[in-house]
Design a protein around this ligand. Structure first.
Ligand SMILES: C[S@@+](CC[C@H](N)C(=O)[O-])C[C@H]1O[C@@H](n2cnc3c(N)ncnc32)[C@H](O)[C@@H]1O
Length: 356
């Protein structure tokens, strides 16, 4: 029996053969890894989207639904088509345009959840390899029917395809929540979901960031004492908006291990508060920077009102790397500050500096 996909409607969603083929052919011609766009397991996608879209309005539910289908089909068929082309066979592509149109309409009809979708897309700006970004962008830009999507991709730097999962819910986890020093598990960070999207100027940016992370770049920063806060980090050069600042390095640990350490550290103030939690693929992770590795990320202090940096994640060689990026222009001599994302009233009551 042939394993060719049937050129029929699937789940009521049709595809445009030519665009799909263009993408697949470029993947093959450029010797790209199709796993770049099909790296997620269906279980992960299902778990994530089922949970997430419940929280959104109708339009946003459609967005998540459509995105789920989109990636689902990529999983099964892109890999098959890739293999077919490698064998010199033709692709019999299913029709794909309608699905993309549905995505666009879903985005357009979103109301309350629109910011979250924008944030979602922004969070993926580093997830696709630059070469693949170009492939997808080139495939989309020639087709006026994709105008809305195109504009969105240009302004937000695409990331619709590999998508689901990198909802970066960052916060420091070890903040004491009660007088008896118990800790509550971190909650979702609503603020980070609502941060305004910033245009990333070009695909080159993600390459630069990747290389800065790999090189351990800490240019333009110095550690200094800050009154009432212990140590902090300030700039020795100007930073442009969206410029990479520093990686938050430490030990990457699972949620379970993270909670154990949180309890342990809460009992002894000498451990400080260097546990940062984030979400990736619907799983919570922690970076434990308790041990001073000489890097500067762990020394950056918090501000809700005057932050000039935001937390981002880039997956490099399957490992999530958390880093700070300038959320506005930063002048020489300014302290780097970002919002730790803690919103629990009890925690804030016991740590009033969180209102800064
Ligand atoms: C990741 S550490 C940052 C480095 C820290 N300042 C130090 O010297 O160890 C987080 C801790 O810094 C302190 N901190 C961060 N932001 C602060 C602020 N805005 N005001 C006062 N203390 C702050 C709190 O004690 C917090 O638990």
């Amino acid at each position: 029996m042939s394993d060719e996909p049937q050129p029929t409607t699937r789940d009521g969603l049709e595809w445009n053969d030519e665009d799909y083929e263009a993408i697949i052919r470029t993947i093959v011609d450029n010797d790209l890894d199709p796993l770049d766009i099909a790296a997620l397991s269906l279980d992960e996608i299902n778990a994530f989207s089922t949970k997430e879209y419940k929280r959104h309005d109708k339009g946003c539910r459609r967005f998540w639904e459509s995105l789920k289908h989109f990636i689902k089909i990529h999983h099964v068929e892109i890999l098959k088509d890739f293999q077919r082309l490698k064998r010199g066979e033709n692709i019999i592509a299913p029709k794909r345009r309608v699905l993309i149109d549905q995505l666009v309409q879903a985005i357009d009809s979103c109301t309350q959840g629109r910011d979250e979708i924008q944030q979602f897309i922004e969070n993926f700006e580093f997830e696709l390899s630059p070469s693949l970004q170009e492939v997808i962008y080139d495939s989309l830009k020639g087709n006026m029917k994709f105008k809305t999507m195109k504009n969105l991709l240009i302004s937000q730097r695409l990331q619709i395809i590999q998508g689901l999962g990198l909802m970066s819910e960052m916060r420091f986890a070890g903040v004491k929540t009660k007088a008896n020093d118990e800790l509550t598990p971190p909650k979702a960070n609503e603020t980070s979901m609502n941060k305004s999207s910033q245009v990333i100027s070009s695909k080159v940016d993600s390459e630069i960031i990747r290389s800065k992370i790999l090189n351990g770049s800490e240019n333009g920063l110095e550690k200094m004492p800050v009154r009432g806060k212990g140590m902090g980090i300030r700039t020795t050069k100007n930073f442009a908006i969206n410029e990479y600042i520093v990686e938050y390095t430490g030990e990457l640990i699972s949620k379970a291990v993270g909670y154990k350490r949180m309890s342990k550290y809460a009992k002894d103030e000498s451990f400080g508060n260097f546990l940062l939690s984030f979400r990736l693929m619907d799983k919570k992770w922690f970076i434990d920077a308790t041990k001073d590795d000489g890097r500067l990320g762990r020394w950056v202090n918090h501000s809700t009102k005057n932050s000039n940096a935001k937390v981002k994640v880039m997956v490099i060689d399957t490992k999530p790397r958390v880093f700070l990026m300038a959320s506005r222009e930063i002048s020489t001599g300014e302290e780097i500050l970002y919002d730790y994302g803690e919103r629990d009233p009890d925690t804030i009551k016991n740590n009033p500096w969180l209102l800064d």
